[in-house]
Ligand binder design. Structure first.
Ligand code: GLA
Length: 367
């Protein structure tokens, strides 16, 4: 080969590699974009996290795709306030610190709930059920301490979680909160939270809120709170959904009903199970398989597309959408209601890669 043809070849090679570099650069903005970027101009996209997920590849995924976090368990009363005179701040502090360092919003969850409560809460030193006054005083002390600590750092709180009864013939759940204090533990919880941080947005949060009978009972509670002048600013619809529900009609009806109260509406715990909703834990049946078959994947893609199309229509009403867990590698639905039955409810797979449904969701807001 002559020197001339060699240098020509070299130039050609340089030119080609330059071209492909430019092509990669041109593509880069698209591939660097995460879910949150596609939903800019819509609402923040959140995710429920544990302190463990704030490092390594999961942290990278969180930072790429989400701009809001909710502590999955760390701020619940049991974990954060294990003994009457002791708070355990480590987990919640780590999540809030991570969010502050990276400019993410934080939704606080949850100040008053009947589950994951600490053992000391409802009884006195002799093991006797406490009086209404004592319990309200404990609730006030808890809410004041937690909300004050994160004042200015947590922009929204789920103040009361799941106060409506599962039994559709009843109104409020017969939790110790209700049986000991009566109905106004709900209003009180909001007042305590508002006193501790007047700038925080305060939410009532519940599940199955698209089922007409539950929707109406939640509506009734919210209406009462609003009419009584209670400082409540939003309703959290948990959105633990499945490939079977809600229907488009139910979802629209819920959005219309709740937004008519002039409350912010957020979907706070979104996942789309590939199994039917069941309330009570049970053992896995021998004939039960748990593969993510192409048929299930197709149904899940349709359901996510349906709901995100509706979210787009209601973008002026919805102020946040949070997924409950990061990826299919770990979801609470692996343990509940059937322990050890694998579920695949999220947009990222067990290797933390976007599933096909990820592109469907983005497609609902594509320009
Ligand atoms: C409810 C609670 C959440 C979480 C889920 C299950 O929806 O609000 O905090 O415990 O159940 O993980």
């Amino acid at each position: 080969m002559t020197t001339l043809s060699f240098s020509l070849l070299l130039r050609l090679a340089l030119f080609v590699s330059c071209l492909s570099f430019l092509r990669v650069q041109a593509q880069r903005p698209a591939t660097d974009q995460g879910l949150k970027d596609h939903f800019q101009g819509y609402y923040p996209i959140g995710v429920a996290v544990s302190p463990r997920s704030l490092q390594g590849p999961e942290a990278a995924l969180i930072l790429k795709h989400f701009n809001s976090v909710t502590p999955e368990n760390a701020m619940k009363m049991g974990p954060i306030h294990p003994e009457e005179n002791r708070y355990a701040w480590e987990g919640a502090d780590a999540i809030v610190r991570f969010a502050q360092e990276h400019g993410l919003k934080v939704r606080g969850h949850a100040l008053c709930w009947h589950e994951q409560t600490p053992p000391w809460l409802f009884t006195d030193a002799d093991g006797k059920t406490v009086t209404r006054d004592v319990l309200l005083q404990r609730l006030r002390e808890h809410i004041t301490t937690v909300v004050s600590r994160y004042r200015g750092k947590v922009y929204a709180w789920d103040v009361v979680n799941e106060a409506i009864a599962d039994d559709s013939t009843k109104f409020l759940r017969e939790s110790p909160w209700y049986t000991i204090c009566g109905e106004d533990f709900i209003a009180k919880a909001f007042e305590y939270a508002h006193d501790a941080d007047p700038d925080a947005l305060l939410f009532y949060n519940d599940y199955n809120t698209e089922r007409p009978e539950k929707r109406e009972r939640v509506y009734r509670l919210l209406r009462k709170l609003k009419d009584a002048g209670v400082p409540i600013h939003g309703v959290g619809l948990q959105a633990h959904w499945s490939i079977f529900e809600p229907s488009e009609k139910e979802l629209r009806a819920a959005l219309n009903r709740f937004s008519s109260l002039n409350l912010a509406v957020q979907f706070t715990e979104l996942d789309v199970s590939v199994y039917r909703w069941e309330k009570f834990p049970r053992a896995r049946r021998a004939d039960e398989t748990d593969a993510f078959t192409p048929a299930l994947e197709a149904q899940q893609r349709q359901q996510y597309t349906r709901v995100f199309n509706i979210f787009r229509e209601y973008k002026n009403v919805i102020t946040g959408v949070t997924f409950w867990n990061v990826s299919d590698r770990h979801t609470w639905l692996d343990e509940y209601p059937v322990k050890g039955r694998k579920n695949y409810p999220l947009l990222f797979d067990q290797q933390l890669q976007p599933k096909a449904v990820y592109n469907d969701v983005i497609g609902t807001v594509a320009p």
